[in-house]
Design a protein around this ligand. Structure first.
Ligand SMILES: [Zn+2]
Length: 285
C-alpha cells in the first residue's frame, strides 16, 4: 500500500471522537510490529521517524526502510517526521514524508511563529499537514513547576491563528518517557480550552504514561493524535530479554519475540485510542 492521506485520517478521527496512534520506528522489526498491529486492529497508523533514529541511521535511510516495509503491508499508514528542525523538514518533504511536525521551541515565540508559518506555507504547497508544539514537555524524572511548562491558552490561539498550523501538540501534564509512581495530573480543562480557542485537532506526546481513563478524557477534550513510544519499547524489551533469560539464543529469536510483544502492546494502544476498526481501507474492503 502507498501512504494514505493524513488530512482524511485526522478529520475522520475528529468527526468520530477518537485518536490515531503515532509510534516510533527503530529498525525492521519495530516497523513491522506497528504495521502488523495496524492490520490486526484495522487501525490507521502514523509511522513516526523520531529524534533518536536520525543520528542512528539518518533521515533518508529511516524513511526508505519504513516505506519499503510499509508498502508490502496491507495497513493504512502515514510516514511522519517527529520534532523536525528546519533542514530536516526540507529533506523530509523531498523524501516523501506525508506528515511533518516542526519544532522551533528553542526560538522566541515571535521567531517560532515566523518559522512555523514559513514551514506551513512550504508544506501546504506539497499537500503536507503540519504539526507544531507549544508549551514545554518535561522528561520523566524531572521535578518541574508545571505552570512554566503547560501550554498557555491565549498563546496557543495566537500561535495557531498566525501560523496556520494544522495540529497542535500541547503540554497539559504529560512527560516524555514513563513516570515511576506518581502520575502527573492531566489538565483536561486546559485541553478543552485550547481546543475551543484554536479549533484544530490537538496532539499529546509522551502518552505512554497515561491511564486509560486519561486517554478517554483527552480524546473527548479534543486530542486526536497520541505519540507513544516508551510502553512499546518496553514491550519489545520484555520479549527480547525473555528469550535470553533462557540462556544464549539467536538474535533473530529474541527480535521475533520482541516484535510479537510489541504488536500486542500496539494493538492495545489502538483500542484505547479508539482507532481500531477505523481504517478506511478496512471499511472499504
Ligand atoms: Zn514529543
Amino acid at each position: 500500500m502507498t501512504q494514505s492521506d493524513p488530512w482524511t485520517i485526522i478529520e475522520n478521527a475528529r468527526k468520530g471522537g477518537y485518536a490515531i496512534g503515532a509510534f516510533n520506528m527503530h529498525n525492521e522489526e519495530t516497523t513491522e510490529a506497528m504495521l502488523l498491529a495496524a492490520e490486526r486492529a484495522g487501525a490507521p497508523v502514523y509511522l513516526q521517524v523520531g529524534r533518536a533514529i536520525v543520528p542512528h541511521m539518518g533521515l533518508r535511510r529511516a524513511y526508505e526502510m519504513t516505506r519499503r516495509i510499509a508498502e508490502r503491508s496491507g495497513a493504512e499508514y502515514v510516514i511522519h517526521l517527529d520534532h523536525g528542525p528546519w533542514d530536516e523538514v526540507l529533506e523530509a518533504i523531498k523524501l516523501g514524508f506525508r506528515s511533518i511536525m516542526c519544532d522551533y521551541a528553542h526560538l522566541s515565540l515571535d521567531d517560532n511563529i515566523a518559522r512555523t508559518r514559513r514551514t506551513v506555507e512550504i508544506c501546504h504547497d506539497f499537500g503536507i499537514p503540519v504539526e507544531a508544539e507549544l508549551g514545554r514537555i518535561p522528561d520523566a524524572g524531572q521535578d518541574v513547576d508545571w505552570s512554566e511548562y503547560m501550554t498557555d491558552v491565549a498563546e496557543a490561539e495566537r500561535f495557531v491563528h498566525e501560523t496556520g498550523v494544522d495540529m497542535l501538540a500541547i503540554s497539559a501534564g504529560i512527560v516524555h518517557g514513563v513516570v515511576d509512581g506518581k502520575v502527573p495530573p492531566l489538565d483536561i480543562a486546559r485541553i478543552e480550552a485550547i481546543r475551543d480557542a484554536t479549533g484544530i485537532p490537538l496532539v499529546l506526546h509522551g502518552a505512554s504514561g497515561l491511564s486509560e481513563r486519561d486517554v478517554m478524557a483527552a480524546r473527548a477534550a479534543g486530542v486526536h493524535k497520541f505519540n507513544a513510544d516508551t510502553d512499546l519499547r518496553h514491550a519489545f524489551r520484555r520479549g527480547f530479554e525473555s528469550v535470553w533469560a533462557k540462556g544464549d539464543r539467536q538474535l533473530e529469536e529474541a527480535m521475533a519475540e520482541g516484535r510479537r510483544l510489541m504488536i500486542d502492546a500496539t494493538v492495545d494502544k489502538m483500542r484505547v485510542y479508539g482507532c481500531a476498526e477505523k481504517s478506511g481501507l478496512k471499511i472499504a474492503a
